[in-house]
Design a protein around this ligand. Structure first.
Ligand SMILES: NC(=O)c1ccc[n+]([C@@H]2O[C@H](COP(=O)([O-])OP(=O)(O)OC[C@H]3O[C@@H](n4cnc5c(N)ncnc54)[C@H](OP(=O)(O)O)[C@@H]3O)[C@@H](O)[C@H]2O)c1
Length: 248
């Protein structure tokens, strides 16, 4: 798929994989519309992308918010050549067992990973569908299949998010829709897993500290570059499926 001159929405762009994805899209000549809650951090990423000579717009707020999703899509349409989105926003809240997890943290996990994806899809799809050839990517995780103490509701959210992506692929086949599992990536989320507190800490800490010690942790740039390479190639072959870092 052509990336240069096309416009993509990226949620969770204020840090981690989303910030790296923004820069990789910009390096490929794609315009970016960025979402995240932290206005200051998001603005810094927007400026960095603009510095590479592409259009870059930031919309601060939760991806789960109806109005934010509408603004993201509106900004992409104003720039023009709206070609797709990457729903990357996600919260894990590592550590507590399911029965220990405060309700506010439960809501945060479901809202960022799942509701944000639903909101973005329902406002983007009418546009992506019309132009035939649009793309929708959802950041998935092995947590959707593996039960690990201390990250249960995140697993619930990722399983639901991956289901959502497969459902969209089925219902609207003209929009290429797939899941991207980014690998084990060195971000705030990964650091929280290594330093987890609560009932899941005894399982999480050795597992994730072990990944780091074994040199299995990718940089955000490595993982982001792989997704942009997949998108710049033949993303259609992943329609309704899972793509990983090693597919690039
Ligand atoms: N790191 C890994 O090893 C790994 C592995 C598998 C999957 N993933 C997935 O990859 C994606 C990115 O993760 P990451 O590791 O880069 O995490 P991260 O460094 O913690 O970044 C998460 C991003 O999501 C944003 N965010 C959180 N809640 C949001 C909301 N309600 N609305 C809008 N933005 C929101 C955060 O920005 P604000 O706080 O400014 O809102 C931040 O930009 C997530 O979907 C995650 O589940 C990561």
């Amino acid at each position: 798929m052509k990336l240069k001159g096309q416009t993509f929405i990226i949620t969770g762009a204020s840090r981690g994989i989303g910030a790296a994805l923004t820069m990789e899209f910009a390096k490929a000549g794609a315009n970016v519309v960025l979402g995240a809650r932290n206005k200051g951090a998001l603005e810094r990423v927007r400026e960095a992308a603009k510095g590479l000579g592409v259009e870059a717009v930031a919309v601060a707020g939760s991806a789960a918010d109806d109005g934010v999703a509408q603004q993201l899509v509106k900004a992409a349409k104003v720039i023009g050549n709206f070609a797709g989105f990457v729903h990357n926003a996600g919260i894990l809240n590592a550590g507590p067992l399911v029965v220990e997890l405060p309700e506010a943290q439960y809501d945060e996990i479901l809202e960022s990973n799942l509701k944000g994806g639903y909101q973005l899809a329902r406002y983007s799809y009418p546009n992506l569908r019309r132009q035939q050839g649009g793309v929708a990517v959802f950041l998935g995780s092995g947590a959707a299949e593996h039960h690990i103490p201390g990250m249960g509701i995140y697993g619930v959210a990722k399983a639901a998010e991956e289901y959502l992506a497969r459902q969209l692929a089925l219902e609207v086949p003209e929009v290429t829709c797939f899941i991207y599992r980014p690998g084990i990536v060195e971000t705030d989320m990964q650091r929280q897993l290594r330093e987890a507190e609560g009932g899941g800490a005894t399982a999480l800490r050795p597992l994730f500290q072990g990944y780091k010690a074994q040199g299995r942790v990718l940089s955000p740039e490595q993982s982001a570059r792989a997704l942009v390479r997949i998108l710049g190639g033949e993303p259609r072959k992943f329609h309704g499926k899972i793509a990983t870092y090693s597919d690039a």
